[in-house]
Design a protein around this ligand. Structure first.
Ligand code: PLP
Length: 397
């Protein structure tokens, strides 16, 4: 009989979103007329911008015409998109060549697939609380996971220390769920640490477009030494509303080598074996994201989400509650008041004011006692949720 991948048995049940959905269902059944203020959503709510829609339509028409029809494209990405992305980096002062850019169907796919490049013996460091995919993808591959707890004392931005026994380092900045962003100096410490140890950083930049402080790095490659220790995984999901359209890109520098092997060459080999690339239509839509007109439109959309975040952080400031995030990220990570645990606070705000957030404990043990609010709902819903939070929680501040 076939032997299955036994590591799946080591996965912890993913209760978080299932459990939230169950609690919401129970509440709605008991209160059929209630309106819920959903501040837990990790998906965008604004539609794709005009330039993208136009490019998608045009690409569909291309496929209807014998002269413009496209069959298989190069597996690592269409040259027009790889060049466009490389130019986008250049505009930020980062030198990346088109063949260091790999087009993907999204960051989630890449975060798991990229593990193919590393020996299973190399353990993965996950900074907690964390986006659940890092742990689960590593466990599925039979990889040991080293958890590095973070907390209020370091603003959920822990620094490397010599006791860390892992060679693959997941770093997510701006962070989901905490919204915290590593400064240049902090990120430089991780780069120096990785280079000294021969480790590799998997840098998840899915939320880089939300950074507004000029001093904060959007890309790890803005910093010296990253090209010899980092892979950057990016996504248009939150940047440009591509959660349902699906497109991401991964940058693997040619300078990134270990044991005389080039990770860029290895990934070319991997992609040309395991995928036939991303659809022509979607890649055309994605290229439109990088036009000046679209970049302006994207910034407007992100500003709208950011103004939602401000409504929530203003409410928390008024209440005097501790939080991080919100300024350079779409997530606000608040400490639950009155020493409530994450799930008790979830129940309390659901029952009392019909506000739904995400219990921090669902992102790992160091998330206990915290709660994630998201800025992706509409301004109207967010304003009312913020008002309700202030009204309910004033007596606890
Ligand atoms: N990385 C982080 C930190 C995320 O929060 C998400 C999605 O929520 C992703 C990656 C996945 O992005 P994509 O939609 O490109 O798969």
């Amino acid at each position: 009989m076939i032997t299955l991948n036994k590591h799946y048995a080591n996965l912890e049940e993913s209760y978080l979103f299932y459990h939230i959905a169950q609690k919401i269902d129970a509440y709605v059944q008991a209160h059929p007329n209630a309106h819920l203020y959903r501040m837990g959503i990790g998906d965008v709510s604004l539609p794709l911008c005009d330039a993208v829609i136009e490019a998608l339509h045009k690409a569909v028409d291309d496929q209807a015409n014998k002269d413009t029809f496209q069959g298989y494209l190069p597996e690592c990405g269409a040259p027009f998109l790889r060049e466009t992305i490389a130019t986008h980096y250049a505009q930020r002062g980062v030198t990346v060549s088109p063949d260091e850019v790999f087009v993907s169907s999204g960051a989630s796919d890449e975060l798991g697939d990229i593990l193919d490049l590393f020996d299973r013996q190399s353990a993965a460091l996950v900074i907690e609380p964390a986006y659940p995919a890092y742990v689960d993808a590593s466990v599925m591959a039979g990889r040991r996971v080293v958890h590095l707890a973070s907390g209020k004392e370091n603003g959920f931005l822990p620094m490397p220390d010599e006791n860390i026994d892992a060679d693959l380092l997941y770093i997510c900045s701006p962070n989901n769920p905490t919204g915290a962003v590593f400064s240049r100096n902090q990120l430089q410490s991780w780069i120096d640490f990785a280079n000294e140890r021969g480790s590799i950083i998997l840098f998840d930049a899915a939320y880089e477009a939300f950074i507004e402080d000029d001093a904060l790095p959007h890309s790890i490659f803005e910093l010296p030494g990253a090209e010899t220790c980092a892979i950057e995984i990016c996504s248009l999901s939150k940047t440009a509303g591509f959660t349902g359209t699906r497109l991401g890109y991964t940058v693997i520098p040619k300078a990134l080598t270990r044991n005389n092997m080039s990770l860029n060459d290895m990934w070319v080999r991997n992609r040309t074996t395991k995928t036939n690339g991303v659809s022509y239509i979607i890649q055309r839509g994605a290229a439109a994201v990088f036009t000046p007109q679209e970049q302006q439109q994207i910034r407007k959309n992100i500003q709208l989400y950011k103004s939602n975040a401000r409504l929530l952080t203003d409410a928390l400031d008024q209440l005097g509650f501790w939080y991080c995030g919100g300024k350079n990220a779409p997530y606000i990570w608040m400490e639950c008041p009155a020493h409530m645990d994450s799930w008790s606070f979830f129940d309390y705000v659901l029952q009392e004011i019909q506000v739904v957030g995400t219990p921090g404990a669902g992102f790992g043990p160091s998330g206990e006692g915290y709660f994630r609010l998201s800025a992706f709902n509409s301004p109207e819903e967010t304003r009312e949720a913020a008002r309700r939070l202030v009204e309910l929680l004033s007596h606890l501040s």
